[in-house]
Design a protein around this ligand. Structure first.
Ligand code: AR6
Ligand code: MG
Length: 321
């Protein structure tokens, strides 16, 4: 009872029947919603990166919405997975290094690591070349959301895949916790669990004290009405995983039912707006599916069709994972 085509016992067996349906037959719209939500959040957040906090609004009236390194890395990660039906660290690093467009706004540490990989330095050495303990940036967290789709029924395999995907550039435990939180949150949303319990669930999954503490603060923020200034000061808006992933989780839980409102909230915080919007965007896109994303923005998104095509190829391989 409750077994799904993936052979695991459905965690939704005590949930509503309609939730169960969505678990056993995840729709393609959910897949494309996650990928496009990430890309759209990234592209909409990018013009506001590094701005001071303010009351900004996204604009999808004209022009192309260009994405940055967040989406490029997601695409290259998925290409590696589609080609090899596995997440293998050195292969993922190779795809990142070879598919890299240096104009996409990569973090300086990641650019250096990938330059070394291109020169043939083994990835486990390259990743410690800039910071001996590895980067604690949000570069691993910003790209891994779709892993939560692929392994949504098997937490253990999901975590293994996330760690392998992260270690292509980020080995610091804080960076890995950030990636773990994003991917587990996507799988949690896909399983249709109670969203108000997401922060506590994530607290039970992280390795680092800083992440446990920040996720407790997310929980607090959702239960009390906090100001934007509180979010900036207590959750953060920086490039460290611990200064941006909890903020994205908060933005999603607070505003994710309305994608545009959520992105307006994210860009209004200032700081690393593209990556916070990308991570929140992937979560909201998973929950709303593609049809819940703003159509006028989607049709201006750079490489919309190519991203959707990658989603399709991933979806076709779902049964292989
Ligand atoms: N010690 C000191 N500083 C560090 C450390 C460390 N161990 N780790 C990171 N930093 P990076 P990312 C600081 O370069 O994570 C782009 O805009 C250091 O200043 O690994 O791939 C993306 O879109 C380092 O340069 O990049 C993301 O929004 C910075 O954190 C963002 O940059 C970022 O780490 C991060 O991408
Ligand atoms: Mg970026």
């Amino acid at each position: 009872m409750g077994a799904t085509p993936w052979g695991f016992e459905s965690p939704l067996r005590h949930h509503k029947a309609d939730d169960m349906t969505s678990l056993s037959t995840p729709s393609f719209e959910v897949f494309s919603g996650c990928l496009l939500g990430l890309a759209l959040g990234d592209a909409l957040g990018a013009p506001f990166e590094g701005m001071p906090p303010g009351n900004y609004s996204i604009d999808c009236m004209d022009g192309i919405l260009s994405y940055t390194d967040d989406t490029e890395m997601m695409i290259n990660l998925l290409r590696a997975i589609i080609d090899f039906e596995d997440v293998e660290t050195s292969l993922v690093a190779k795809y990142f290094a070879e598919g890299l467009n240096p104009e996409r706004g990569y973090g300086p540490g990641t650019l250096r690591v990938l330059a070394l990989v291109r020169q043939g330095i083994p990835v486990d050495r390259a990743v410690r070349s800039v910071f001996p303990e590895g980067s604690y940036g949000n570069g691993a967290a910003m790209r891994v959301a779709p892993l939560g789709l692929l392994y949504f029924g098997d937490e253990e395999r999901l975590e293994e895949a996330v760690i392998r995907a992260s270690k292509a550039t980020h080995v610091h435990p804080v960076a890995i916790d950030g990636a773990r939180v994003v991917a587990l949150a996507v799988s949690y949303v896909m399983r249709g669990y109670e969203l108000s319990e997401l922060p506590e669930y994530l607290v039970s999954k992280v390795d680092t004290d800083i992440f446990a503490d920040k996720l407790e603060k997310v929980n607090f923020a959702l239960k009390h009405s906090v100001t934007k200034e509180w979010v900036i000061q207590n959750l953060g808006t920086g490039v460290a995983a611990s200064e941006s992933v909890p903020t994205a989780i908060y933005a999603f839980l607070g505003f994710g039912r309305d994608f545009e409102r959520m992105i307006n909230f994210c860009i209004g915080l200032g700081g690393d707006t593209d990556t916070i919007s990308a991570m929140a965007g992937a979560l909201s896109g998973t929950m709303l599916s593609e049809k819940g994303l703003p159509e006028n923005c989607l049709k201006r998104l750079e490489h919309y069709q190519q991203i959707k095509e990658i989603g399709k190829r991933l979806y076709e391989r779902l049964f292989n994972f």
